[in-house]
Design a protein around this ligand. Structure first.
Ligand code: FAD
Length: 470
């Protein structure tokens, strides 16, 4: 199908923003075409992001547990080893099953799928250089740009995806590096550092800023950094990478304090550049139709996801807001609802953030630092997983729940969890925040015993009263 008949909606990009928008549009009865250049659907997230990283995090965690924890549970075996090709194979299988699954959803919902590179000819026409080699023009009354983001490079450092890798290369190494240096202590760097650290790499994380994961609550961040250090991850904060030399066998990095000073060197077998991501609009022809972007290259949209050019919308990583898959999906649904003449809504203050290390860290709403800056009177309730019966039963009790509530009304302002599976536990808090709940609402809600979720109930109790088990 060429999509040459006029569509109600054309989506450029088949990532979590784009493919969800396309399915939703078709479900609302709109004639829809989605254009994707990669050859597979699911975008960064499914192909080289969320999904393959979680597959490797799980596999490497199992290896680490087998080495360090199974014996404590009375499970013994004489040796355990990593079969890296098999581990990568399981990751690749998960990715290909899921990308094919989205193609199936497109068929089921009658979304027309065009494989190729899209560029604007006009605000209602997209020319596609198809992967098969031809060209077709796809017309649409409404066009949604969902072209996502790309790795942010660092000046003077050339990514070859072998010795100097981006997250994409770090998801597909063919050997376990003896020494891995991670540039950038954001969640992607820490997750990939965890994967290779568990498999045996010596991991050093170099970060220009004073702190790891800047969006995290400060108190939780400190405990999190300690947890990673216990796993032998090394941190060099307030440190700048001046140059990277690949002329020898390994890689030699020259470093210097962020504020200037004496240079030092660091050796690595592999260097991961994970200093952030930038919006991707290359070759799209935004200039041609006059779509406005900000200094960072993000497309500027209003609360209805409309750009300054009538009929042209944008969602996901290519617009401002948290660069996360679930945020892109929410954008996609709301944008299409507006196009269909309905109401949509996404509140970026309610978008949870999760770091999928072990323990995981998950949070929603405001950090204590942000609440202080706002000058709001607040209370904090905390509960450690060391006092949670389920965490003790399974011998995996490193972590804490921290609830921040407005003092006068007891309304919850933020929840921060570090624990195994924190990324699952956080949704109770997301729902509470979304409904404007008080900490007492959570504390008086019956939670099943014994579960990790009870720690959230107790932290909520601690916010306005006393917890029972501390
Ligand atoms: P993308 O997923 O980037 O999709 C855009 C698509 O558009 C791409 O497939 C691209 O090929 C296509 N495209 C671009 N230009 C054109 C064009 N001109 N014509 C046709 N097609 C085009 N987020 C989370 O929420 N949870 C996680 O655990 C998580 N882990 C991550 C781990 C890693 C290693 C990385 C790199 C990212 C991770 N993210 C995670 C972030 C997440 O991947 C992104 O936020 C999400 O993919 C953004 O979705 P999107 O649809 O806006 O863009």
């Amino acid at each position: 199908a060429s999509g040459s008949d006029e569509n109600d909606v054309v989506v450029i990009g088949g990532g979590p923003g784009g493919y969800v928008a396309a399915i939703k549009a078709a479900q609302l009865g709109l004639k829809t075409t989605c254009i994707e250049k990669r050859g597979t659907l699911g975008g960064t997230c499914l192909n080289v992001g969320c999904i393959p990283s979680k597959a490797l995090l799980h596999s490497s965690h199992m290896f680490h547990e087998a080495q360090h924890s199974f014996a404590n549970h009375g499970v013994k075996f004489s040796s355990v080893e990593v079969d890296l090709p098999a581990m990568m194979g399981q990751k690749d299988k998960a990715v290909s099953n899921l990308t094919r699954g989205i193609e199936g959803l497109f068929k089921k919902n009658k979304v027309n799928y065009v494989k190729g590179y899209g560029k604007f000819l006009s605000p209602s026409e997209v020319s596609v250089d198809t992967l098969e080699g031809g060209n077709s023009v796809v017309k649409g009354k409404n066009i949604i740009i969902a072209t996502g983001s790309d790795v942010k490079g660092l000046p003077g450092i050339t990514i070859d995806e072998k010795r100097i890798v981006s997250s994409t290369g770090a998801l597909a190494l063919t050997e376990i590096p003896k020494k891995l240096v991670v540039i950038g202590a954001g969640y992607i760097g820490l997750e990939m550092g965890s994967v290779w650290g568990r498999l045996g790499s010596e991991v050093t994380v170099v970060e220009f800023a004073a702190d790891i994961v800047p969006t995290m609550d400060g108190e939780v961040r400190k405990q999190f950094q300690r947890a990673l250090e216990k796993q032998k991850m090394k941190f060099m904060l307030k440190t700048k990478v001046v140059s990277v030399d690949t002329t020898g066998d390994g890689v030699k990095l020259t470093l210097e304090p962020a504020s200037g000073g004496d240079q030092t060197t660091l050796e690595a077998d592999v260097v991961l550049v994970s200093a952030g991501r930038v919006p991707f609009t290359s070759g799209l022809g935004l200039d041609k139709i006059g779509v406005e972007t900000d200094k960072a290259g993000r497309i500027l949209v209003n609360e209805r996801f409309a750009s300054n050019v009538p009929g042209v919308y944008a969602i996901g990583d290519v617009i401002p807001g948290p660069m996360l898959a679930h945020k892109a999906e929410e954008d996609g649904v709301a944008c299409v609802e507006f196009i269909a003449g309905k109401e949509g809504h996404v509140d970026y203050d309610m978008v949870p953030g999760v770091v999928y290390t072990h323990p995981e860290v998950a949070y929603v709403g405001k950090t204590e630092e942000q609440v202080k800056d706002l000058g709001v009177d607040y209370r904090v309730g905390k509960f450690p997983f060391l006092a949670n019966s389920r965490a003790k039963a399974i011998d995996d009790a490193e972590g804490i729940v921290k609830v921040i509530a407005e003092k006068e009304s007891d309304k919850i302002l933020g929840v921060h969890i570090m624990s195994p599976n924190a990324g699952e536990l956080i949704h109770e808090a997301v729902l509470a925040l979304q409904y404007g709940a008080s900490s007492e609402d959570i504390a008086r809600t019956c939670h099943a015993h014994p579960t990790m979720s009870e720690a959230l109930k107790e932290a909520a109790m601690a916010t306005y009263d006393k917890p029972i088990h501390m």
